[in-house]
Ligand binder design. Structure first.
Ligand code: BV8
Ligand code: ZN
Length: 248
């Protein structure tokens, strides 16, 4: 990682009143949660059209549940890593640090972050496909669980062609457009409307930073790129930011 870029980004963070973070699956890769599009990612083994859509669930609920039960079981064994923890610590350093995440693993919350907007729901929530029943649990509910109302339970995530939780995207747009700095961490920038947040932030004058060891599609013109795993990048930023804060 280029030391000059680290210093420049740390300087921007030190001067910022409001910071926003837009995180994707790469944010949780170092916690052992599989990403979607990396070579060994989830989509390399499964076709999203067959598993992460309402049509797929209607067609074969047991097949969709088998995939989610496997992912839910794995989630019980993972922990937030240093990158999640640093983002939680940084909330106390600025007026407001808001995380907008596409991730459904809940790791930002578990690391202690208070201001988290979850655009795509939560893997540890199940809800009824008809009534308003919802429950946070990672219990194994069996191959095709039913609600007390008799209808099917489904994972509490947002599938392709489903709308985001009401108000979530509006809150995310407000957070990134009001930010002095937006850190875009671990997302391939393929899924809308989440992928549009970087350009919206840039338009509103944010200093745009990408933290990602791979190439991405986001197309937003970043002011700084840290081509590294987020644990190392955030740790380097934290050290540089602390130096700026303690400088006379
Ligand atoms: C919507 C939850 C309005 C489920 C997910 C036709 C009809 C209808 C809609 C559409 C359509 N065409 C397009 C759309 C819109 C569609 C879309 O964007 N499709 C794409 C595929 C083209 N979007 C939607 O449908 C959304 N809803 O638009 O509603 C609407 C309604 C009706 C009709 C029209 C519009 C809903 C999208 C939500 C889908 N749900 N997940 C589940 O998890 O099972 S998507 C899933 O993939 C994730 O949530 C995440 O959002 C998404 C993208 O993944 P990333 O997070 O970016 O991860 P990825 O693996 O791709 O990349 C990882 C990155 O990390 C890589 O760049 C890698 O280099 C990097 N990395 C790796 N290691 C590290 C690292 N970075 C840092 N550190 C490391 N160590
Ligand atoms: Zn119900």
């Amino acid at each position: 990682m280029d030391a000059k870029t680290i210093e420049a980004v740390a300087g921007r963070l030190a001067a910022a009143r409001r910071v926003a973070v837009s995180s994707g699956a790469g944010m949780s890769a170092e916690s052992g949660v599989a990403t979607f599009r990396d070579a060994d990612g989830l989509w390399s083994k499964f076709n999203p059209a067959e598993l992460a859509t309402p049509q797929a669930f209607r067609r074969d609920p047991a097949k969709v549940w088998a995939w989610y039960r496997q992912r839910r079981a794995k989630l019980a064994a993972v922990e937030p890593h240093v990158g999640h923890r640093l983002l939680a610590e940084w909330e106390a350093r600025v007026e407001r640090l808001t995380i907008v995440t596409q991730n459904v693993d809940g790791l930002h919350h578990r690391a202690g972050s208070k201001h988290v907007i979850e655009l795509h729901g939560r893997l540890d929530v199940v809800r009824c496909s008809v009534c308003s029943f919802a429950r946070q649990t990672l219990d194994d509910l069996g191959p095709d669980p039913l609600c007390e109302c008799g209808e099917r339970l489904r994972p509490g995530v947002v599938w392709f062609s489903e709308s985001l939780p009401s108000g979530a995207f509006e809150a995310a747009v407000e957070a990134v457009r009001g930010a002095d700095v937006l850190l875009v961490i671990g997302t391939s920038g393929m899924v809308q409307p989440a992928a549009s947040l970087a350009a919206l932030a840039k338009q509103a004058g944010a200093f745009l930073v990408e933290i990602n060891p791979g190439r991405t599609e986001s197309g937003a013109n970043f002011d700084a790129i840290l081509p590294a795993p987020c644990g190392a990048a955030l740790s380097a930023l934290d050290a540089a930011w602390s130096r700026v804060r303690s400088a006379p």
